[in-house]
Design a protein around this ligand. Sequence first.
Ligand SMILES: O=P(O)(O)OC[C@H]1O[C@](O)(COP(=O)(O)O)[C@@H](O)[C@@H]1O
Length: 332
Amino acid sequence: MSAETNTPSYVVSDRNLALELVRVTEAAAVASARWTGRGKKNDADGAAVEAMRKAFDTVAIDGTVVIGEGEMDEAPMLYIGEKVGAGGPAMDIAVDPLEGTNLCAKDMPNAITVVALAERGNFLHAPDVYMDKLIVGAGLPDDVIDLDASIGENLRNLAKARGRHIGDITLCALERERHEELIAKTREAGARVRLISDGDVAAGIAACLETSSVDIYAGSGGAPEGVLAAAAVRCMGGQMQARLMFEDDAQRERAQKMNPNKQPDRKLGLHDLASGDVLFSATGVTTGFLLKGVKRMPHRSVTHSLVMRSKSGTLRFIEGYHNYNTKTWSVS
Ligand SMILES: O=P(O)(O)OC[C@H]1O[C@](O)(COP(=O)(O)O)[C@@H](O)[C@@H]1O
C-alpha cells in the first residue's frame, strides 16, 4: 500500500502489469501453436505450460498460482501453490495455459491461452470438479439471471430486458449428453442454441461481448475455467452465477478445505468467484469467437490478444509481431 494515497502498490504500475501479462499469454500461444492440428493435445498443453511458466519469470509480481495445472504432485509447473514472478506486489494468479487442448490438437476454433491476476485472496480456489454456470453481458438489471430459475424463465427475462424477441436470443452451451435437457428447454422456449465442443471460457466471454452473436452462456464445465471466465466477466461488466457440482463428500470436503470461509454448496455470485481489481489476458491459439489464432510465418509469429482490467473496464485487443531471432522466450 502507498501510505499517502491508500492505493495498493500494484495499482501504480498496473498499466505496465497489464502489458507484462499479455506477454505471458502470447508466449504460451506461440508455443502451443507449433502443435495446432497435429492431434497431440498433451504436447500442445505441455508447450504452453512451459512457455507460460518461463514468461512469468519476468513479471514484476510475487505471484502464487491458485488456479493452475493441478496439485504439486500432479503437475511439474504452474501447480496450485507454486510461486511465480520476479518479485513485487503479492498477487494470486489463475491460469489456463491452453484452454481447449482438443481444439488446438484438431485445429478447431476457440483454443486460447488465459491468465488472470488479482490481489491475494480474491479468487475462489476451485477444485477440479464441474461448475454450473450462467453468464450474460453488461447493461442489464441486477436480477436478470438466476441459476435457481428455469432456463425458460432466464431466457424470457433476458429477452425482455434486452427489448428483443426471444427468437433472437442465442444461448451457447457445450455439446454434452448432460446438457440435453438444457438444450431442449432452450429450444422449447423459442431461443436458439449455439453448441461448442470445448472452450467455455471463450464462450463465457462471448456472452459479454456486444459484437458477438452469443447472448447467454449456460451449462456445466470445469470449475477452474469458471473462475477464469468470472475474471473476464468482471472486467466486462457482465453478470455470472455459478455452483460447484460435487460427485461425493470427498469433493465437497476438499472444496471446503480450499475455501475455509465459504460454503461450497451455495449459489455463487460473480464476486464470490473473482473480486477486487482483476487483470485478465487471453491470446488466441486458433481463430474463434473472440480472437484470431497465431499466424506462423518463416521468421515471426503474429498473435492476437484481449487484455482487460475490472477497475477501468477497458478492453484492449493487441496484435503482437514476434521475431524468432530476438525473443528471449523460445518460439521456434
Ligand atoms: O469435457 P468436459 O468434461 O465436459 O469439461 C468441460 C471443460 O473442458 C473444456 O472444454 C476444455 O478443457 P481442456 O482445455 O482442459 O481440454 C473446458 O473449456 C470446459 O470447461
